[in-house]
Design a binder for this molecule. Structure first.
Ligand SMILES: CC(C)(COP(=O)(O)OP(=O)(O)OC[C@H]1O[C@@H](n2cnc3c(N)ncnc32)[C@H](O)[C@@H]1OP(=O)(O)O)[C@@H](O)C(=O)NCCC(=O)NCCS
Length: 217
């Protein structure tokens, strides 16, 4: 009998850097992620996400999160795929580092997104997990550009982007769900701009993932 990793290569991916390990979200990880989200990711009056998923009623948040991870797996194709990686720091689940790409074989770009439970913020983890993801994408998946977007009233996200080496690439005016104006800053990172962490990067499960997204036969 085949193992699930043989036909779903993301499940075999492990990216390690210093105290962090990033791995595709499995169903067993979802309760810990729900627990973090229920305890809070941001102050209630400061919505950092374009899609305000953390506003879901408490009774619905857990199921919505589970459905989100299942949907994001189910939608993956070589033309449009995402990596939703659960981040562990010293073995403890602390948040998510994601990357989403379209027509990657041609564009060689995609957008990073991330969150940490409030109690895990402000210790350098957000910077290290973004550095880890970007280094993995540039060094192992042949990315040529990585983008990010953050509302200008989200200084922590902006600070992480700048520390990792992203450059501002224009602002857009958007209507938030509460009807108010929000200014979003777009950011771009090129390989030569990446500020690498002091830690080496260890990757497991790479050849099958590269075949899965069409980089190798
Ligand atoms: C964005 C996020 C992942 C960053 O993770 P983190 O572990 O807190 O980040 P770090 O500790 O590595 O760095 C945060 C930086 O932001 C800075 N920062 C935090 N709050 C700030 C503020 N109010 N004003 C200015 N800078 C601020 C910190 O000083 C730090 O920079 P420094 O190390 O140069 O001092 C995390 O804050 C988070 O999950 N926020 C809620 C979800 C979110 O906003 N996701 C991104 C959506 S675009």
């Amino acid at each position: 009998m085949k193992s699930i990793e043989e036909f779903w290569p993301q499940f075999a991916l492990r990216i390690r850097s210093g105290p962090l390990e990033l791995a595709a979200v499995r169903d067993d990880d979802i309760p810990a992620l729900v627990d973090l989200a229920e305890r809070g990711i941001h102050p209630p009056d400061r919505m950092p996400f374009t899609f305000p998923w953390t506003d879901a009623p408490k009774t619905e948040l857990a199921r919505k999160m589970a459905v989100h991870y299942w949907e994001s797996r189910a939608r993956n194709t070589p033309e449009r795929w995402s990596l939703e990686l659960v981040v562990r720091r010293d073995g403890q689940v602390v948040g998510i580092q994601a990357f989403a790409a379209e027509n990657y074989l041609v564009t060689r770009t995609g957008e990073t997104g991330s969150w940490l439970g409030l109690e895990h913020q402000g210790r350098g983890t957000g910077t290290l997990m973004r550095q880890t993801m970007c280094r993995f994408l540039f060094d192992h998946l042949e990315a040529e550009e990585i983008t990010s977007v953050a509302f200008v009233d989200n200084p922590a996200s902006g600070a992480v982007s700048r520390k990792v080496g992203y450059s501002p690439n224009g602002q857009t005016r958007e209507k938030r769900r509460d009807g108010e104006l929000a200014i979003a800053e777009r950011l771009t990172l090129l390989p030569a701009q990446l500020v690498r962490s002091q830690y080496p990067l260890e990757v497991e499960g790479l050849p099958a993932l590269r075949r899965d997204i069409g980089l190798d036969n």
